[in-house]
Ligand binder design. Structure first.
Ligand code: YH5
Length: 283
């Protein structure tokens, strides 16, 4: 039987219907003068709006993993993430996911009330697996080919679905050996992380095969470059493309949709969920 709930510290996340993870912006540039206090208040307002719009999870990250983004120090990451996380944990009833690959950020965030770890490097950094195990929190293991600096230069696969699944299966095995049981794991093919459009589309189409691992799937497609290339839209006009891909991913078995536009995605997922009782009754 498929995992239908995730225990996220004190909160239980039910995944029998797809849920939305809202992406919280904690980039430093937009609040450079106000320091972390203003940053945290702005983050709280943004998170609060996403919760009102139906987000089940708020994802907070202090390292930009966009293609070509600069690396940040552990202290910079903590400075960006922790004030916002503390404010949100104090004020909102929502699961907070911390988007990090850094062991110290995992343990510090967990102690401050984070309910999930989202690691685009699938706990491959030294000490990350042990740190995540110690927190007792669920972990999203994402596939990436290469590193954020160079991953989009020349991604290559023989069979992208087979290779992503093989990588994730290795990470599942490492987690179970290292004290993170299966019921704490979520899998993510990592759309756009060392993939061209053909790879991303093959993975979207192949999600039902990834779902056969029996673990919940997370899909992050919101506003990504593939939508730009396929629709000709700049990043501020990708709402409809993003909602369409979230819906296609949910239909193919994704349980958690990581999105910027929470209200619109929640509407689309409600319609999918309304249709589900009528599926497979047309034969
Ligand atoms: C993900 O897929 N993605 S950060 C480039 C864009 C737009 C958006 C304009 N963290 C994922 O959102 N965590 C990120 O082009 C993630 N899965 C998980 N688990 C990248 C991002 C983005 C990049």
């Amino acid at each position: 039987m498929m995992t239908e709930t995730l225990q996220c510290a004190a909160r239980t996340l039910t995944l029998s219907a797809p849920v939305v993870m809202g992406v919280l912006n904690v980039t430093p540039d937009s609040f450079s003068d106000g320091g972390q206090y203003i940053n945290a208040e702005a983050a709280l307002r943004q998170a609060s709006a996403m919760v009102d719009a139906g987000a089940a999870i708020i994802d907070i990250g202090g390292e930009s993993t966009r293609p070509g983004a600069a690396q940040v120090s552990v202290q910079q990451e903590l400075d960006r993430v922790m004030p916002a996380l503390e404010r949100i944990a104090a004020e909102l009833e929502v699961v907070i996911s911390v988007d990090t690959s850094t062991p110290e950020v995992m343990t510090t965030a967990a102690a401050a009330g984070a309910g999930m770890i989202n690691d685009v490097r699938a706990l491959l950094r030294p000490g990350a697996l042990a740190a995540a195990a110690t927190t007792g929190l669920p972990v999203c293991l994402m596939h990436m080919q290469g590193d954020p600096q160079s991953m989009q230069q020349a991604p290559t696969y023989q069979d992208v679905v087979v290779e992503v699944m093989a990588f994730l299966q290795q990470r599942i095995d490492a987690c179970v050996r290292g004290g993170i049981p299966l019921h704490r794991l979520v899998l993510d093919p990592g759309f756009g992380f060392g993939k061209n459009d053909a790879h991303n589309l093959a993975l979207l189409s192949g999600l039902p095969r990834l779902a056969q691992a029996g673990l919940p799937l997370l899909a992050g497609l919101s506003r990504k470059s593939m939508i730009g290339r396929l629709t000709g839209r700049p990043v501020d006009q990708r709402l409809i493309g993003s909602v369409a891909l979230a819906l296609l991913a949910a239909e193919r078995g994704a349980s958690i949709l990581r999105v910027h536009d929470v209200a619109e995605t929640v509407d689309a997922l409600r319609l999918l969920q309304a249709l589900r009782p009528y599926e497979d009754t047309n034969g």
